[in-house]
Design a protein around this ligand. Sequence first.
Ligand code: UD1
Ligand code: CA
Length: 454
Amino acid sequence: MMNVKALVLAAGKGTRMKSKKPKVLFDVAGKPMIDYVMETACAVCSDGAVVVLGEAAGDIQSHLQGYNSEFVFQKEQKGTADAVLAARGSLEDYNGKVLILCGDMPLVSRESLKAFIENSVSPVNFMSVKKKNPEGYGRVVRGADGSVIRIVEEKDANSNEKKLKEINTGIYLAESKELFKRLGNINNNNAQGEYYLTDIVKDGAGIFVAETEEEFLGINDRAALAEASKRIWRNRADEYMKNGVSITDPDSFYCDDSVEIENDATIYPNVTLKGETKIGEGSVVYPGCRIADSVVEDFCEIKDNCVVTESFVGRESSVGPMAHLRPGSKLYGKNKIGNFVEVKKTEIHENSKASHLTYLGDAYIGKDVNIGCGTITCNYDGISKHKTIINDGVFVGSDVQFVAPVEIGKDALIAAGSTVTKDVPDESLAISRSEQVNKEGWVRKRKQIYSREK
Ligand code: UD1
Ligand code: CA
């Protein structure tokens, strides 16, 4: 393998994003776009990368710890040629070749870069591609014999040049000495008053035409950002479908690449799967759910519009619709968490159910427990959180409040409407509600009084 070092340009202001946030830290299908570029750069280059940073350099630099990279700074953003010059000190004496990449092109594949590197033999080379819609990119101007004359930016192009479909991908491979020699001769006499890196090809350059245009998408604005994410999500959906996952609408499948989905799972539309999430074999995730950093084991159902974060859903459980599993929820298996149930930092052992309108926070729930509709753990006294322990086999009637800390013994029964403030022994009935009084004929008498008064 030839010695190659990447030079990643990431100092641009990203003006067209209209944001305070640096462009290269914008999220593309679940991670910042610069990560895609760095991963690819480090995979194809033997000697790591030099990254050119400008505004918000600190944020980007700390984000990029862990890559085989060093950083240089471009004080003023005077154009892509000036950005490369900022790396002169780091690269001028480098003996291998420099692969220049843009930090705003996250979709470029390793295969294309490898093919480009292998086929580039001139001192300066660049990669082009034909685009159906070349708008916004620099165009490749060729002579009658097909040789490259120059690259013209959209803003400098005349109407004939604008019709050219072959664009500059912004990817170059050059010998270091030759690169800096040519950069010394570049001026900023152009529409944008910038120093254009594209001008290095005027003195002759090798050109490599990439086969497919999709991966050469420069992210300059939010429309391109959305397009890049969409493309990645769609590819991921196709990949999962090949592996035996059903995705009912692959165009509305929003899934990070860290997610694992086992075969025979079904994912309905508008589902977002994030972070370290795993969906087990045969499980079904219904429309509108967001699941992050969670495990859903085999043969579970996550019904419509649930939010599940940092939680564990044991096999054959059913959650939702409209349930919220907050961090630290652990369902051991065969559980039912029904509609409008919120669970936080609570373990619920096998076969226990909370089917309707309930809040369970900081609780331990044993096996075979039934939590009635409208049950609430009063876990917070305004200063600290307290624990509710409900042991195996307990039956909780509807509309019960547990004022924590409190422990309910095995197989106890809590009567509907009770406010439980004291521990309950095993196999006991706890009832705490005022006794019912029936006043016979009261309504009839009231009606009589009203009709006399009229
Ligand atoms: C650039 C190319 C264009 C090509 C396109 C491919 C030039 C003049 N134009 O245009 O031919 O078709 O990429 O996407 O090179 N940057 C700096 N410092 C600067 C300016 C830019 O580091 O002073 C960085 C940006 O962060 C970005 C990259 O260089 O990652 C490209 O800059 P951008 O302004 O996006 O150039 P384009 O107009 O897209
Ligand atoms: Ca760009």
